[in-house]
Design a protein around this ligand. Structure first.
Ligand code: ACO
Length: 422
């Protein structure tokens, strides 16, 4: 055996007879060649540090979250969404002039480019909201002569436009599918108030505007969560900015990630309709080994700090609407999950009852998450482009090696192969 073979670079030769054996009868890998030493791997990349970042800090054991060094407990009661956007993109809180500058740019870029509006009108009736959002975000890049350019100024301009327009896409989508006339953006309104205005056709009360603003602040970034990671992976290939945001929207949709907030509200409605005690409902679901939406987190081993603020929001919105039943049911579920499984609520849990009391349609909860998180995705694309290297991990290969080519006439039909293996 030559050196290369000894290192496993090429498989040892097989006899002609061995080559015509059915795959199930062929010697196993162990019998033919030594597998390479196993690399360490982590299912779901748990515990893997995949990037250096100065945007967002999380201590999952202590339940700490901060954006650019500002604890979420400082930001939630004080900051507007626009201030958080500036903070995430520039690394410091804006002074008055800087904030006014960003507000003016966001307000000036809210209308959709014609191609994107046409795409949205084409898909609004036949696609769900996250699918329509993904498709339309992709179309925001149409016809740009700077689509494949990556200077900080160009990335920042795309971030401003996309953050402004993503809210418009969600509101227009809802109006289009309901057959209602579009409500065009009002440049005098804040991002939060303008979104609610475009969605409902009425200017929100100051309390509703602030509640929605707080929800946007709380969802704006969260380190290398699944959708942000996919945005960074796409950005790192030097594919276009809109491609990165499109990847992120596609990833956010899943019920293990941003899609969980819809599932939470469906659960609350189901419990209400079936007149079951929430604690019994949790016990029953856990006995069936079901996952409960809105609970658990890969990073937080304690209560998600965003859930604390969203719980307060859910309570106060319920009190204002004289309907605290969803908040109260949520509290019972939270207590039962903690007692039964030791697992606490995540960001999606109390946002569901908050949005429900605000009268927001269920299937817009995840798109609204994107309305906020686009700020974080953009910050991460900017950071990735600022010090780029292709993101390309390895897998720990668990398959076979050293198989020999089998002519098509000699291959067994799949069902026979399966039978032979059984
Ligand atoms: N309900 C019941 N059990 C749960 C839950 C839950 N929501 N979450 C975790 N567990 C249990 C698992 O059954 C498992 O228990 P076991 O070891 O006895 O089998 C253990 O906790 C670990 O669970 P994993 O799924 O391996 O944890 P992972 O870190 O991979 O998943 C995730 C995290 C996906 C968030 C999970 O907690 C989950 O599915 N939650 C429900 C969906 C949800 O709310 N997603 C939103 C998360 S926040 C966000 O992305 C915006």
């Amino acid at each position: 055996m030559g050196d290369a073979e000894a290192l496993g670079a090429s498989p040892p030769s097989q006899s002609i007879k061995e080559q015509w054996l059915w795959p199930s009868q062929q010697p196993s890998l162990g019998a033919t060649m030594t597998p390479p030493a196993s690399k360490s791997s982590s299912k779901g990349l748990e515990g893997i540090v995949a990037a250096q970042s100065s945007i967002c800090f999380i201590d999952g054991d202590k339940g700490i979250l901060s954006y650019r060094g500002y604890d979420i407990n400082e930001l939630a009661p004080n900051a507007t969404f626009e201030e958080v956007v500036y903070l995430l993109w520039h690394g410091h809180l804006p002074n008055r002039e800087e904030l006014e500058g960003l507000r003016a740019k966001l307000a000036a870029n809210r209308e959709l480019p014609p191609v994107a509006l046409k795409v949205l009108k084409d898909v609004a009736a036949s696609m769900g909201p996250m699918d329509a959002l993904r498709t339309t975000v992709s179309a925001l890049g149409a016809g740009r002569n700077d689509a494949d350019k990556y200077t900080v100024e160009i990335d920042m301009q795309k971030a401003v436009e996309t953050t402004a327009q993503l809210a418009t896409i969600v509101a227009y989508y809802h109006r289009l599918r309901m057959g209602k006339p579009l409500v065009h953006p009002d440049g005098k309104l804040s991002h939060a108030a303008n979104f609610l205005y475009m969605l409902n056709g009425e200017k929100p009360t100051p309390a509703a505007e602030r509640a929605f603003d707080v929800a946007l602040v709380l969802h704006a970034d969260h380190d290398l969560n699944a959708s942000t990671f996919s945005a960074r992976v796409t950005a790192a290939t030097l594919a276009d900015y809109h491609g990165a945001i499109t990847s992120a929207v596609g990833t956010l949709k899943g019920p293990l990630h941003g899609g969980a907030n819809i599932e939470v509200m469906k659960m609350l409605l189901e419990i209400e309709a079936s007149h079951v005690d929430p604690e019994d409902w949790i016990k029953h679901q856990l006995a069936k080994k079901r996952k409960i939406a809105g609970f658990g987190h890969r990073v937080y081993k304690t209560l998600d700090p965003r859930a604390v603020h969203l719980a307060k929001l859910s309570k106060s919105l319920g009190e204002q609407a004289k309907n605290t039943q969803w908040y109260e049911m949520s509290l019972k579920l939270q207590k039962a999950m903690k007692a039964e499984k030791g697992i606490d609520a995540n960001v999606d849990f109390f946002s569901a009852s908050s949005y429900y009391v605000m009268g927001i349609p269920l299937d817009l909860y995840t798109p609204i998450f994107a309305v906020s998180r686009v700020a974080g995705w953009s910050a991460h694309v900017l950071e990735q482009h600022g010090d780029n290297r292709l993101i390309r991990p390895l897998s720990d290969y668990t398959g076979e090696l050293g198989k020999k080519w089998t002519a098509i006439t000699k291959r067994s039909p799949p069902q026979l192969e399966a039978k032979a293996k059984a």
